[in-house]
Design a protein around this ligand. Structure first.
Ligand SMILES: Nc1ncnc2c1ncn2[C@@H]1O[C@H](COP(=O)(O)OP(=O)(O)OP(=O)(O)O)[C@@H](O)[C@H]1O
Ligand SMILES: [Mg+2]
Length: 525
C-alpha cells in the first residue's frame, strides 16, 4: 500500500512542510476520531479538476465504522466530494443536514479544512480536508459521556481548521499516548474539572483519590497526589501550561504504588483558550513489568559475575595444589585443569558485562589463544592469529565453544611444537624431535584460528604448522581427555561436527562446523 507521502508526492503539488503537517495529523487524529465516534478521512485536492484523493484513514475505537472498505488511494470527484470542495475553498467547517447512505448504512458527512500556520504564526492556507463521517445506524440519544466527547471533538476540529491541532511533538516520547478510552478529563479555563470519564475516575482512584473529580482544580490535585513533591509540581505545571495554550510533554504521576501517565492538550478553538483536555492512563502494570525486567537483567548479570568469581577461586585452588605435588604428571594435569576452568570463567566474565544472553565471541577467543601460547615450551614463541569473525554467539554456544577451542589450541601448541628433547633424558616428554623440514628453513611456528558464518553455520578451524599428528593417530576415536572433551561438547552440546587431519602444508588442521540457527533458537526459547 502506498504511504501518505508517496500518494501526496505523486498526485499533488503539496510542499514537504505541508506533507509533514499531514503526517502529524495522521499521527494524532485517533483522538479526534474516538471523540467524534466517526471515521476520519484525509483528503487532498488533486491538481486541477476539483477531485480529491484520500491519503489516510482512521476508524473510531468507540463506535462502528462507516467504511468497511479501505478508502486510501481513492480519487473522487463530483457531487460526492462537494462538501470537501466547500470546506477547502471557504476554509470553514462544513456540516451536512441530511444523512447520506452507503448501501444500508446511513452516515453523516462533515468536512474540516486543514490549515498549516505559517512559521511566524499567521493563519496559513488550507492544504487538505479532513472528512468526518459518522455511521448513524447505531446512533441513539447521546449520554453525558457522548455529549462531552462530541463537544470536545468539535473544539479539536476547529483547532485543525485553525492550524493549532495537533500540537508539536515532544521528542523521545516512547510510551504510547493515553487514548480517549483510557480516561478523559475536561477542564474549564480556570483549570476546574467539568467532566471526567468513568475510566479517568477509576485511574485517579488508584492513585488514592476517591471523590468525584468534577469541580476539582486538577493542577492542585496532581500536586497533592504525587508521592514525590517535585513530580507533583511538574505535573501541575503541565496542566497550567495547557491552560495557557501550550502543549506540555506527557507526564507520569506516582502515588500509592500506582503510576498514571497523563497528556494535557490545550483547547483553544478560534484561538481562544477555553480550557484543557487531559488524557490519563493507568500504567502501573507496565511500569511494574519494566522494573521487574530491569532487575531480572541485573540479577542475571550478577549471577554470571559470581559464577566467574567462583570459577576463578576453583582455578586458584587447583593452581595451589599443582605447586604442591611433586609428581610431574600430576602437576601438568592440575595445571591443565586450571586453564580449562579459567577459559569458562572468561565467558561468564563477558556475560556479566553484557545486557543479554549473547556474547561478542572474538574477544574471548583472542584471550584464550594468547593464554594458550604461554604454555608453549619451545624456545621460539608460537604466533597466534585469528582470521574472520565469530560474531555474537548465544551464551550456551559460547561456553561450550570456548572449551573446545581451548583444547584445540593447547594441543596445537603442546603437540605441534613440542620442546626439544633433553640430551640427558631421551625418554622425556615429547619423545622424538620435531621433524625439521629440509631445504628451506623452518617456518615460524604459528597457529591460525579462522571463523566464518555461512548459511546459519559457524565454520571454525584451528590450524598449526607444527610437526603433525602421530602416524598411528586414529582421527575418529584417538586421543586422551582433551579430545574426548572436544568430541563430547561438539556432538552433544553444540550438535556440530569436528574433524582432525593433517594440514595441507604440514602440521595439523582441526575443522569444526556448528549450526547456529538451532542453537540460537534454543537459547531464545
Ligand atoms: N595439533 C596437534 N599436532 C600434533 N598432534 C596432535 C595435535 N592435536 C592432537 N594431537 C595428538 O592427539 C593426542 C590426543 O590429544 P588430546 O588433547 O586428546 O590429549 P593430550 O593433549 O595428550 O592430553 P590432554 O588430555 O591433557 O589434552 C595428543 O597426545 C597428540 O599426540
Ligand atoms: Mg590436549
Amino acid at each position: 500500500m502506498s504511504t501518505l507521502r508517496d500518494l501526496a508526492e505523486e498526485h499533488t503539488r503539496l510542499r514537504p512542510a505541508d506533507i509533514d503537517h499531514l503526517h502529524r495529523i495522521a499521527g494524532d487524529w485517533q483522538l479526534l476520531s474516538d471523540l467524534s465516534f466517526a471515521d476520519l478521512l484525509l483528503w487532498v485536492p488533486v491538481d486541477g479538476d476539483g477531485a480529491f484523493l484520500c491519503v489516510a484513514q482512521v476508524r473510531p475505537t468507540t463506535a462502528p465504522t462507516a467504511y468497511l472498505d479501505d478508502q486510501v488511494g481513492r480519487i473522487v470527484g463530483g457531487p460526492e466530494v462537494a462538501h470537501l470542495e466547500v470546506a477547502h475553498r471557504q476554509g470553514r467547517i462544513w456540516r451536512e443536514g441530511d444523512p447520506v447512505w452507503y448501501g444500508d448504512v446511513p452516515a453523516r458527512h462533515e468536512a474540516i479544512p486543514v490549515r498549516l500556520r505559517t512559521t511566524d504564526g499567521e493563519a496559513g492556507e488550507v492544504i487538505a480536508v479532513v472528512g468526518r463521517d459518522t455511521n448513524l445506524s447505531t446512533a441513539r440519544t447521546p449520554s453525558q459521556l457522548e455529549l462531552n466527547y462530541l463537544t470536545t471533538a468539535d473544539d479539536l476540529a476547529q483547532m485543525i481548521a485553525d492550524g493549532t491541532f495537533p500540537p508539536p511533538r515532544h521528542p523521545g516520547e516512547t510510551t504510547s499516548a493515553p487514548r480517549v478510552g483510557d480516561g478523559l478529563v475536561r477542564l474549564d479555563a480556570g483549570g476546574k474539572v467539568t467532566y471526567a470519564s468513568p475510566n479517568a475516575q477509576s485511574a485517579y482512584r488508584r492513585l488514592g483519590y476517591a471523590s468525584h473529580l468534577v469541580g476539582e482544580d486538577l493542577a492542585a490535585l496532581h500536586r497533592r497526589l504525587a508521592s514525590d513533591p517535585l513530580e507533583g509540581t511538574d505535573a501541575a505545571n503541565g496542566i497550567l501550561a495547557a491552560l495557557r495554550g501550550e502543549a506540555p510533554p506527557r507526564r507520569e504521576i506516582d502515588a500509592r504504588g500506582a503510576t498514571m501517565l497523563t497528556r494535557a492538550l490545550p483547547l483553544m478553538p478560534a484561538g481562544v483558550p477555553i480550557g484543557a483536555l487531559v488524557l490519563v492512563r493507568d500504567i502501573t502494570e507496565v511500569r511494574r513489568r519494566d522494573r521487574a525486567l530491569i532487575t531480572k537483567d541485573a540479577t542475571i548479570r550478577e549471577i554470571h559475575h559470581r559464577v566467574k568469581n567462583n570459577l576463578q577461586t576453583v582455578a586458584a585452588l587447583l593452581r595451589l595444589q599443582a605447586r604442591r605435588v611433586s609428581m610431574p604428571e600430576a602437576r601438568i594435569a592440575l595445571e591443565e585443569s586450571v586453564r580449562r576452568v579459567a577459559s569458562i570463567a572468561l565467558v561468564h566474565e563477558t556475560l556479566s558485562m553484557s545486557s543479554d544472553e549473547a556474547v561478542e565471541f572474538d574477544g574471548i577467543v583472542d584471550r584464550v589463544a594468547s593464554a594458550a601460547t604461554e604454555v608453549a615450551a619451545t624456545e621460539a614463541t608460537v604466533g597466534m592469529r585469528r582470521e574472520g569473525s565469530f560474531g555474537v554467539l548465544p551464551a550456551e554456544v559460547a561456553t561450550s565453544l570456548v572449551m573446545v577451542l581451548n583444547e584445540l589450541l593447547l594441543n596445537a601448541v603442546e603437540h605441534g611444537f613440542p620442546p626439544p628433547p633433553e640430551p640427558t633424558d631421551p625418554t622425556g616428554p615429547g619423545g622424538s624431535a620435531p621433524a625439521e623440514p629440509e631445504g628451506a628453513g623452518p617456518a615460524a611456528p604459528e597457529v591460525v584460528v579462522s571463523a566464518h558464518r555461512f548459511r546459519k553455520m559457524l565454520h571454525v578451524s584451528v590450524t598449526d604448522n607444527g610437526r603433525g599428528l602421530p602416524p598411528d593417530f586414529d582421527a575418529e576415536r584417538g586421543g586422551n581427555l582433551g579430545l574426548q572433551i572436544v568430541r563430547a561438547l561438539v556432538t552433544g552440546e553444540l550438535r556440530g561436527t569436528i574433524e582432525l587431519r593433517d594440514g595441507a602444508k604440514g602440521g595439523t588442521e582441526a575443522t569444526l562446523v556448528v549450526p547456529l540457527a538451532r542453537n540460537e533458537s534454543r537459547s531464545a526459547g
